[in-house]
Design a protein around this ligand. Structure first.
Ligand code: SF4
Ligand code: FES
Length: 360
């Protein structure tokens, strides 16, 4: 057996993708192109073991996600086992598929935090983006119930060309729902979102206006709500330190038990992912080929190799580097120093008012 690297960091967060099943059809879905079916999903007891092993490995937070986690009949038992393992337990939900009764059971099971995704401040637009009539109203009701129970609430908003002009209205909505935080993320263009890139891509002027608006909203609502927002990749000067660095701070477990360094890692061909059915989480973190593939920064080419930001952004996102250049080891082309940066700049200028390809 290979020896463990003593300089390894401990992971802090575990994304538990309980299922790929989901009632919504968002055009920027981050699930993989090949969805895992219900028959292959890990059972309740295996998730409980994974959480115990995660806690022993140093993980502090678990995010129960999907797909829509509410499609799992054993969601309450799964949440309960995460709490029993001593993990801060966060539920990431579309708000569709979880009843107020289940929300109360989750609260009783010790759930700490809920994140509800809302696609827009306007009900008609929100339902159109989600591809599900009536979703907005159900999200609203579930978020209100979570707060009524005393759970911490974050509203998630994924921003793109159709809703980027209503960030202020979304913050108002989050305040009305008594959320403590709103997380404003821009679409990440890999997997399914690549099919809708031209339809989702905001114009540069929209992005610049939104950045000014976010600063103004932060000033206006300071102390009332935390507004988390980052500059969208295609319009940034530097890339983001994706997942805090590959194999450095987080891991993802897919519905069937494969353990990935990031949710999109399967878009990179040739990586070998180990499964929690066959290995302990400790061994997977320390020894599995996929986690070792891009750990650290020694493999990075120039201009990263001699760049002072190398230990800050780790050369950006491996999945994006692969999606845009065909080489997962390349400098993320979002970086203005990348030899491929011209490609990002060109793609950011392409917009098309065409219908969405919904995720079904
Ligand atoms: Fe980051 Fe590499 Fe760009 Fe430097 S050259 S900022 S390390 S992506
Ligand atoms: Fe995979 Fe960024 S999404 S490394």
């Amino acid at each position: 057996m290979a020896s463990r690297d003593q300089s390894l960091h401990s992971p802090l967060g575990l994304l538990a993708e309980l299922t790929h099943r989901c009632p919504l059809g968002c055009p920027y879905c981050s699930n993989p192109l090949a969805l895992e079916g219900r028959d292959g999903e890990l059972d309740t007891a295996t998730w409980a073991r994974v959480f115990t092993e995660a806690a022993a490995l140093g993980v502090l937070q678990v995010h129960l996600s999907g797909g829509e986690p509410g499609t799992r009949r054993d969601l309450v038992e799964i949440a309960s086992s995460a709490r029993e393992a001593g993990l801060y337990t966060n539920l990431i939900t579309s708000g569709v598929g979880i009843t107020t009764r289940t929300m109360r059971d989750l609260w009783e099971a010790g759930l700490d935090h809920v994140q509800v995704s809302i696609q827009d401040s306007d009900a008609v637009s929100s339902d159109h983006i989600a591809g599900y009539k009536g979703a907005f109203q159900r999200k609203h009701a579930l978020a209100a119930e979570a707060v009524r129970l005393g759970l911490m609430l974050t509203i998630n908003l994924v921003v793109h060309r159709a809703n980027i002009g209503r960030i202020g209205a979304m913050v108002d909505l989050a305040l009305a729902l008594k959320a403590s935080r709103i997380e404003i993320a821009h679409v990440q263009y890999y997997g399914w979102a690549l099919k809708n890139r031209d339809a989702l891509m905001p114009a540069r002027e929209q992005v610049e206006r939104a950045a000014v608006e976010v600063e103004e909203l932060r000033r206006r609502h300071q102390g009332r709500i935390v507004i988390d927002a980052v500059v969208p990749d295609y319009h940034a000067r530097f890339p983001k330190p994706c997942v805090g660095g590959w194999g450095r701070r987080s891991l993802n477990v897919t519905p069937s038990g494969k353990v990935l360094p990031c949710h999109a890692a399967e878009t990179i061909p040739g990586l070998e992912f180990w499964n929690v059915r066959d290995h302990s989480l400790q061994d997977i973190w320390a020894l599995s080929p996929a986690f070792g593939a891009f750990r650290g920064t020694d493999y990075l080419p120039e201009p990263c190799l001699s760049c002072e930001r190398r230990e800050i952004d780790f050369g950006g996102c491996r999945c994006q580097a692969f999606a845009l250049t065909g080489d997962a080891r390349a400098t993320d082309p979002v970086c203005h120093k990348s030899p491929d940066h011209g490609l990002v700049a060109r793609l950011a200028e392409i917009h098309a008012d065409e219908p969405y390809h919904y995720r079904r």
